[in-house]
Ligand binder design. Structure first.
Ligand SMILES: [Zn+2]
Length: 185
C-alpha cells in the first residue's frame, strides 16, 4: 500500500494528495470511500472518471454484457451470450453510421445490443449490435409496425419536407439492412 500523505492546508483549503496526478488537490475533488483511512478515494474524481472510461473502452464487450444481464433480469428474459458474442461492427448495420466504442450511453454512435425478437432474450442468433440511435428508433417495435410508421411519416409530411429528409439520409442504405433484419428474424 502506498504511503499515506496527510492532508495539508493551503490558503484555508484542505488539500489531499492525488495518487494519479501526483499533486495536492482540494478535498472537495475527491469522492467518498468509507473504507479508506480518511473516508475519501485515493485519487480525484477526474482521475477516476478517466480510469473508468479507459477500463470501459478496454473492456467494452464485458461492459455491454453486464448491461445485457441487467436488462435481461428487468425484462424477465434469458441472457446466455458471452462477451465473445458481442462483436462491434465498424458501422451500424441499420443506419450505416460509424460506431464509436467506449462512448457513454445515449450517444447516437454508441453500439447497443438489440434483441431481434425481444421476448427471446439475449441468446445467440437473436442479438444484433446496432447504433444506439437505431435501437432507440426501433425500440420494441415489430417490422410490421415500423413499416406502418414509415408509411405514415411519408404520407403525413409535405412533399418538400419529405424531399429534404430524403436528401438528408441515404435511403438505399437504410432499406437493405431492414430486409436483412427481417431475414434474421
Ligand atoms: Zn487528481
Amino acid at each position: 500500500m502506498a504511503k499515506r500523505k496527510p492532508h495539508i492546508e493551503v490558503d484555508g483549503v484542505e488539500m489531499k494528495w492525488c495518487g494519479t496526478h501526483r499533486r495536492y488537490e482540494p478535498i472537495s475533488d475527491f469522492a467518498r470511500k468509507t473504507a479508506s483511512w480518511d473516508g475519501l478515494q485515493a485519487t480525484c474524481r477526474d482521475a477516476q472518471d478517466v480510469a473508468a472510461r479507459a477500463w470501459q473502452k478496454e473492456n467494452h464487450e464485458k461492459t455491454m454484457l453486464h448491461k445485457c444481464r441487467t436488462r435481461a433480469k428487468q425484462a424477465g428474459v434469458p441472457c446466455t451470450i458471452t462477451a465473445d458474442d458481442l462483436v462491434v461492427p465498424s458501422h451500424c448495420p441499420v443506419l450505416g453510421i460509424q460506431m464509436v466504442r467506449g462512448l457513454e450511453d445515449g450517444k447516437d454512435n454508441s453500439p447497443s445490443v438489440d434483441r431481434i425478437i425481444p421476448e427471446r432474450g439475449y441468446v445467440k442468433g437473436n442479438i444484433a449490435i446496432i447504433s444506439y440511435r437505431a435501437n432507440r428508433i426501433k425500440n420494441n417495435a415489430t417490422p410490421a409496425e415500423l413499416t406502418k410508421v414509415s408509411k405514415w411519416l411519408n404520407k403525413s409530411t409535405s412533399p418538400t419536407l419529405s424531399q429534404e429528409k430524403l436528401n438528408d439520409t441515404d435511403t438505399s442504405n437504410t432499406d437493405e439492412p431492414l430486409q436483412h433484419r427481417l431475414r434474421l428474424a
